[in-house]
Design a protein around this ligand. Structure first.
Ligand code: PXP
Length: 260
């Protein structure tokens, strides 16, 4: 199973001070040494972390394939076509969100998406759509002729955190829902079932499947068992752990959890 390491979070720290370090370019060699298969970056419209020069330098200097996440705006598609990463993952973007909160509204954005996908594919860039795990989104992605879909695992991660919050201190925001354990267990099972079923359907129709958002050392195991998911993109939890164990070890450890 392939691992894309999302290195935006390194740049979050740099941008907090608007200084020169930590430099995301220093992460490239470490990611490769530690066994990562891809570098993932998100060039946001508000440039809150990765800057245009970062994206350019990372894409030209990385010895791993680069997956550039961006919104479906004309500006972003033009930049992506110029930078020519290995893959572009189209994501929804809201200025006020802390992170990408949901999948693309693929069914409602068809003409904008068609146009963006055409431009990217003409520039010989593989296209992935970051979608919620729903049948409608998979079918719409198939109709749009993309190479990849990436399932948003945020809901799965949130349910997991609510269920095991005494073990896993993330996602406190949702503890207030206070649902009984039995209900949460069923919700987790349902979410996994949906991911399994849709990954299988999507793969059989010719799509390649990635997944990501909110995945970490604790919640990853059940996702790894879904054999039709080819790749995971993980950022926050790896960079957070790297503060204590170092980046190479943090990547190495999560990659170890991804062995099937
Ligand atoms: N995949 C996509 C498309 C994303 O937008 C993000 C968040 O930037 C991730 C994966 C990684 O999520 P996390 O940082 O929660 O691991």
């Amino acid at each position: 199973m392939l691992l894309g390491v999302n290195i935006d979070h390194i740049v979050v720290l740099r941008e907090a001070r608007k200084v020169a370090d930590p430099d995301p370019l220093d992460a490239l060699g470490i990611c490769k040494r530690a066994g990562a298969d891809q570098i993932t970056i998100h060039l946001r419209e508000d440039r809150r972390h990765i800057q245009d020069s970062d994206a350019q330098n990372i894409i030209s200097l990385s010895n791993l394939p680069v997956n550039l996440e961006c919104a479906i705006s004309q500006e972003m598609i033009t930049i992506a076509c110029q930078l020519k990463p290995h893959r572009v993952t189209l994501v929804p973007e809201k200025r006020e969100e802390v992170t990408t909160e949901g999948g693309l509204a693929v069914e409602g954005e068809t003409s904008r998406l068609k146009d963006a996908i055409k431009r990217l594919q003409e520039a010989e860039i593989d296209v992935s759509l970051f979608i919620d795990p729903t049948l409608g989104a998979v079918k719409a992605s198939l109709d749009l002729g993309v190479e990849w879909v990436e399932f948003h695992t945020g809901k799965y991660a949130n349910i997991y955190a609510m269920l095991y919050s005494n073990l896993n201190k993330t996602h406190h925001r949702l503890e207030s829902l206070d649902l009984p354990r039995k209900v949460l267990k069923q919700m987790l099972e349902d979410e996994l079932y949906t991911l399994r079923l849709l990954s299988c359907e999507a793969m059989e129709s010719g799509l390649r499947i990635a997944a990501g958002h909110g995945l970490n050392m604790q919640n990853i195991s059940d996702i790894v068992e879904i054999e039709t998911i080819e790749e995971l993109n993980i950022g926050q939890s790896i960079i957070a752990r790297s503060i204590y164990v170092g980046l190479e070890q943090a990547i190495h450890d999560i990659k170890h959890k991804m062995i099937r």
